[in-house]
Structures are given as structure tokens and as C-alpha cells.
Design a protein around this ligand. Structure first.
Ligand code: CAA
Length: 258
């Protein structure tokens, strides 16, 4: 499908989606988020794709929701259209693993989009922030909720209240990103992680994603039970037999998603 605000490439088993509004530092407008949702839905339905990478440019992953698109909207416009509600849900409904490869600014909705992905690999140039407060608003795509779960109340509160940016090292120390890599190797590293994930049984990658996400959405005892039941269910699969046989026979497993 031809898109205007994103570039989508499927190579081997990895779908890479590059946000592409360079003149606006990849600001997220309705059109871009709609296209991103469509591309993620397509990737989820494409049997060839086993892992997804979302990235931006070297200067900006995304500098937030598009301020120019929002500036004249009224409360009624925002409320009745449930602004970005549907788009956010479409992104979060993606079942296959999504890696955010972040260089440069990931601010406001950009930071929130990165947090909707399953993990973030950051270039050493990355800067994260929730500067909505400087615009007389507040985050609307998870900045007060996901950021607090990732980095704790004190830092989330400070970032949301002051609008200050966090550099890549601080983001790694705080648990926001899984690791920091030199900017010039960002896509190579993200791709290597995606290739590793693509080698696994998709039954297990989807189950792991669902189970880890439960850790944010339910109590510990419910989450542990959910995890254990999923773990049990994987013993109904050929891939469990293959994975364990391969270990015993000292060879690589050949998973078939069955
Ligand atoms: N929306 C619309 N356009 C944006 C934008 C945004 N969020 N961020 C940058 N741009 C545009 C600029 O207007 C500029 O366009 P023009 O050349 O037409 O003027 C272009 O991108 C380049 O930006 P700058 O000249 O500002 O670049 P810089 O290097 O001097 O500064 C920056 C970079 C610090 C990221 C700065 O652009 C900035 O502060 N951007 C806004 C960040 C922000 O406030 N984000 C939160 C948005 S609200 C939100 O996200 C709500 C939510 O939770 C859903």
C-alpha cells in the first residue's frame, strides 16, 4: 500500500516502519497515526512478518502530536472525535512484537508512541520528554500513565510537571529503554534484535508479549496465573516439542508456528 507519511519495508521477516514527516520532525497528525495503524494491522496479518520496528529520522523519532493540527480544536472537537483514542488502541492491539528504534527527539506523543511499543532501543542521541505542560495541556496518549509505570512516580512527575528532557543514558538508568547504542548502529542493532525474535516460534513471542503486558494491567496473582496458564498451553504445541528436542539433540530448533 502507498503511504504518504510513513515508509514501510518488509525484508525477510521484519517489517520496518519509518515515520516520514521530516519537515515537522515527524509530528504525529491524524493522517500519520491512521497510516501507522493501517501498516501495523497489515504487518500483523502478513504471515511473512514476525517482528516490527518503528523508527524515525536521525533528528527525531517524533516531536509529539502535531501542535498545528491541534491548536484550533475545541474541547467538543477533541472529546467527540476521541482524539487519538482509536489510533492509540489500534497500535496497542498489534499482536506481533514491536521495537521502537529511537534517535533524536521522542517528545510528547513521540515518547508516548515509543512507550506503546514493546521495548525501546535508543541511540545515544535520543531525548525523551513530556513537554505538553509548556503548551498549556498535558499528555493524552499515556505520558502520565506509562511513563509512571516505567520510571516511577518521582521522575514521571518531574518530567510531566517541568517538561524537562531525559537523555539516553538517564532513560536507560530509569528503565525507560532496554539499551543505548551508538547512533550510527541504531538500525543495525534494532534489526539484529528483530531477527532474533523472528527466529522464535510466533506462538511464544505473542504469548510472551501478552503475558508481560499483563504485568501492567492486573494484580500480581492474576498476572502469575495468566502466565502459568499460557505456559501450560504451550505444551499443546509442536514448537514446544521441537524446541526441547533440539536442546537435547544439541541442534538449532526449527519452529513452524504450530
Ligand atoms: N507539531 C507540529 N510541528 C512541529 C512539532 C510538533 N509537535 N515539533 C516540531 N515541529 C515543526 C516546527 O514547527 C518546525 O516547522 P517550521 O519549519 O515549519 O517552523 C519544524 O518542525 C522544525 O522544528 P524546530 O524549528 O522547532 O526545530 P528545533 O531543532 O529548533 O527544535 C524541538 C526541536 C525542541 C523538538 C522543537 O521543535 C519542539 O519543541 N517541538 C515541540 C515539542 C512538543 O511540545 N511536543 C509535544 C506536543 S503535544 C502532544 O504530544 C500531546 C499528546 O500527548 C498527545
Amino acid at each position: 500500500m502507498a503511504y504518504e507519511t510513513i515508509i514501510v519495508e518488509v525484508e525477510d521477516h521484519v517489517c520496518t516502519i519509518k515515520l516520514n514527516r521530516p519537515d515537522a520532525l515527524n509530528a504525529l497528525n491524524s493522517h500519520l497515526l491512521g497510516e501507522l495503524g493501517d501498516a501495523l494491522t497489515d504487518a500483523d496479518q502478513n504471515d511473512k512478518v514476525r517482528c516490527i520496528i518503528i523508527t524515525g529520522s536521525t533528528k527525531a523519532f517524533a516531536a509529539g502530536a502535531d501542535i498545528k493540527e491541534m491548536s484550533e480544536k475545541s474541547y467538543v472537537d477533541m472529546f467527540l472525535s476521541d482524539f487519538f483514542g482509536r489510533e492509540g488502541e489500534t497500535i496497542c492491539r498489534t499482536r506481533k512484537p514491536i521495537i521502537a528504534a529511537v534517535a533524536g527527539y521522542a517528545l510528547g506523543g513521540g515518547c508516548e508512541l515509543a512507550m506503546m511499543c514493546d521495548f525501546i532501543i535508543a541511540a545515544d542521541t535520543a531525548k525523551f520528554g513530556q513537554p505538553e505542560i509548556n503548551l498549556g495541556v498535558m499528555p493524552g496518549l499515556g505520558g502520565t500513565q506509562r511513563l509512571t509505570r516505567f520510571v516511577g512516580k518521582s521522575k514521571a512527575m518531574e518530567m510531566n510537571l517541568t517538561g524537562r528532557f531525559m537523555d539516553a543514558d538517564e532513560a536507560e538508568r530509569s528503565g525507560l529503554v532496554s539499551r543505548v547504542v551508538p547512533a550510527k548502529t541504531l538500525m543495525e542493532e534494532a534489526r539484529a534484535a528483530a531477527d532474533k525474535i523472528a527466529e522464535k516460534s510466533m506462538l511464544t513471542t505473542i504469548a510472551v508479549k501478552e503475558a508481560v503486558n499483563r504485568a501492567y494491567e492486573t494484580t500480581l496473582s492474576e498476572g502469575l496465573l495468566y502466565e502459568r496458564r499460557l505456559f501450560h498451553s504451550l505444551f499443546a504445541t509442536d514448537d514446544q516439542k521441537e524446541g526441547m528436542a533440539a536442546f537435547t539433540e544439541k541442534r538449532s530448533a526449527q519452529f513452524r508456528d504450530r
